[in-house]
Design a protein around this ligand. Structure first.
Ligand code: HMG
Ligand code: MG
Length: 295
């Protein structure tokens, strides 16, 4: 049984670090992740650099990575300006993003949900015309830092809109890490009926320690695509209290132990985690990384 991992550390991880990691170190990290066998890597964000200064060097980073046909590099794109930057860097995949809750959408991308649709529709249309693949994210599916509970119907409506735009896969985000396995069963159990499991990914942040339990629940619902972050880095600067994504090292360790194949070499992955921990000058949350560095 195969599980796909989408490594989001260079984007979701580094966007939330207070220190700015130099482009050369970001490029070295991405090369180590490729070396470890990761085939899908979200390398940066083509957003307004004033909003996310940590990733203002997205163009330089993308241009510095040694490309291979086997590895898909992607980046977040919020508007046509971002798409143009992605095109200039030769990206073959981009990711659109918006939220299931109105307030998080407004705080994160400065517009209401209904005003976001036409912008993303145009980006998707142009990206598809350029031959790019388009992924979609929905944030705050499991809870919003401003609104609390988010009705499942909100996520259903955004899902339908993104599919209509032509996205090939939708990643459902637990932006602030509030989900528990019961809710994961409920949400994925419902949405797989509309979307099918092959087109849904799970994006868990591990703020409250339920991240891997949520992965186990999503696996039971047939989900086989998981976003995770090297070292457990991550968070959303426009979601107060959001901690890191589930760690790629911990995810791979658990999946291998459960008999799933990922194509990832755990030892090399740990080297990548140790590298970025050193660059940031701190101990990262990944349990497998900590256990390995301690032994
Ligand atoms: P805005 O300020 O409303 O944008 O931001 P605007 O269209 O009015 O433009 C303002 C200025 O920004 C202009 O420059 C634009 O050219 C420039 P000026 O004329 O003032 O000199 N600009 C850009 N520059 C470079 N690249 C661009 C770009 N766009 C505008 N693409 C916008 C609207 C959406 C751009 C802004 O709100 C933004 O960048 N937001 C991004 C926030 C973000 O990245 N959040 C974190 C990622 S989402 C996340 O982490 C959740 C996820 O992980 C899933 C989960 O966990 O739930 C995906
Ligand atoms: Mg995230």
């Amino acid at each position: 049984m195969r599980v796909q991992i989408v490594e989001v550390g260079p984007r979701d991880g580094l966007q939330n670090e207070s220190g700015i990691v130099p482009a050369a170190a970001k490029i070295a990290l991405i090369h180590k992740l490729i070396e470890a066998g990761l085939k899908r890597i979200e390398a940066s964000s083509f957003v307004n650099p004033k909003w996310i200064p940590q990733l203002a060097d997205a163009d330089e980073v993308l241009q510095g990575i040694n490309r291979s046909q086997e590895v898909t590099l992607s980046a977040l794109v919020p508007n046509i300006r971002g798409l143009e930057r992605a095109r200039q860097c030769g990206l073959t995949e981009i990711a659109l993003f918006m939220s299931a809750s109105q307030t998080h959408n407004q705080k994160n991308i400065n517009k209401r949900i209904e005003d976001t649709y036409p912008i993303l529709r145009e980006v998707a249309q142009e990206a598809l015309a350029l031959g790019m693949k388009v992924r979609g994210y929905i944030s705050t599916v499991f809870g919003c830092p401003y609104e609390g509970n988010v009705p499942l119907d909100n996520s259903r409506r955004v899902t339908e809109a993104l599919l209509e735009m032509g996205v090939y896969e939708i990643s459902l985000g637990d932006t602030i890490g509030v989900a528990t396995p019961k809710q994961v069963h409920e949400v994925f159990g419902e949405l797989v009926k509309d979307v099918t499991n092959e087109r849904l990914a799970a994006h868990f942040h591990d703020t409250r320690g339920t991240g891997l339990a949520n992965v186990a629940a999503a696996l039971e619902e047939g989900i086989r695509i998981f976003d995770s972050s090297i070292g457990g880095l991550g968070g959303c600067p426009y979601a107060p209290g959001a901690a890191g994504n589930i760690s790629t090292e911990d995810l791979v360790y658990m999946l291998h132990g459960m008999g799933y194949e990922t194509g990832v070499d755990l030892e090399k992955l740990i080297e990548a985690g140790a590298y970025i921990g050193q660059q940031l000058g701190k101990e990262l949350p990944s349990k497998v990384l900590r256990a390995s560095l301690a032994s």
